[in-house]
Design a protein around this ligand. Structure first.
Ligand code: ZN
Length: 327
């Protein structure tokens, strides 16, 4: 098996599409899609994805390194693993996406977009994940790795898809070990890849925002060492690293700011960092028939972006909640 990232960036198919070593079996499932299975038994089935946004390079490089170490035998494999490089054409162009943001399209929402490369790919990824977990009795996980565009006062955080039942303690242990600064609990279904695997494939899943990325080859991967060590431990079935003294903070989405008019006005400067606290009474946005002022002592802004298309989310208001909210 040749290098996954190099093959994907080159847009070529490997000479052999499957193979076996003394300890594992691998199978190329299509562009940017690789399944690896240990020959001995396993208790967990894990999807690791990156590059759903093509310019979020650092986590793509991390996954590529992990795959190389597993295939060469440098790192043991204890789980059944599916590695997904999400949007290869956008990766080649070093762009977030070519036509539309794929991470709004999952759960069948691609049908609401004009057909394009991203709608086809979202549909394919749903199928691949669904096939991967079909008939699978092992514990199911999916971690979708991203990096943020804007600065963030809490640089590393996880977005938990809405689910009515409590979140997997095993997943939360991993998120603690990855030294995330915060978790954000969604209160409603969404179109993200991790929401799809949670809702439709019953996996414990999370979208991870891991800091800022640079072009391929220029990333300082040390910045990502905590998540890297946590994922290495997960796939190798080794004990997770212990978390440092600062506990993870937990937020919930209080309100999604949905842009319904071209005259939507967001009263925040363009460079407002994620997790900026806004005091009670602050006017956050206005559009015809609707305005919003901060209701609680403090609310925190996440992903403010007034330039999104109509009908899409221009930001989220968060409130901080106790960790027990997760259970
Ligand atoms: Zn992203």
């Amino acid at each position: 098996m040749q290098n996954l990232l190099a093959l994907t960036l080159a847009g070529t198919t490997p000479v052999n599409i499957d193979g076996e070593t003394a300890t594992l079996r691998w199978r190329w499932l299509g562009e940017g899609l690789l399944e690896i299975c240990p020959l001995q038994g396993y208790r967990q089935a894990v999807v690791l994805s990156a590059g759903i946004h093509g310019n979020e390079t650092a986590p793509i490089e991390l996954l590529d390194q992990l795959v190389t170490e597993i295939l060469t035998g440098a790192r043991p494999l204890a789980v059944r693993l599916l590695v997904v490089l999400g949007n290869p054409p956008a990766m080649r162009a070093n762009q977030r996406y070519l036509t539309s943001d794929m991470n709004r399209m999952f759960g069948g929402r691609y049908q609401q977009f004009a057909p394009c490369g991203e709608t086809a790919r979202a549909q394919q990824l749903e199928q691949v994940v669904s096939d991967f977990f079909a008939q699978e009795h092992a514990t199911r996980f999916h971690f979708d790795l991203h990096t943020a565009i804007r600065g963030s006062l809490l640089p590393r955080f996880g977005l938990l898809p809405y689910q009515p039942e409590s979140y997997s303690p095993e997943m939360l242990t991993l998120l603690d070990a990855a030294e995330l600064d915060a978790l954000v609990i969604h209160q409603a279904p969404g179109g993200t890849f991790s929401y799809y695997s949670c809702e439709y494939a019953r996996a414990a899943s999370c979208t991870l925002e891991l800091g800022k990325a640079r072009p391929f080859g220029s990333n300082d991967l040390h910045q990502f060492s905590a998540i890297n060590h946590a994922l290495q431990a997960l796939v190798s079935g080794q004990p997770l690293p212990l978390r440092g003294p600062i506990p993870i903070r937990v937020f919930r989405v209080e309100r999604s700011l949905v842009k319904r008019s071209e005259s939507f006005k967001l009263y925040l400067s363009d460079d407002t960092a994620n997790f900026t606290a806004l005091p009670q009474g602050t006017l956050v946005y206005e559009q015809p028939g609707e305005s919003y002022r901060v209701q609680h002592d403090n609310e925190w802004i996440l992903f403010p972006n007034p330039k999104v298309a109509l009908g899409l989310r221009a930001g989220m208001m968060l409130t901080e909640v106790p960790r027990s909210t997760l259970f």
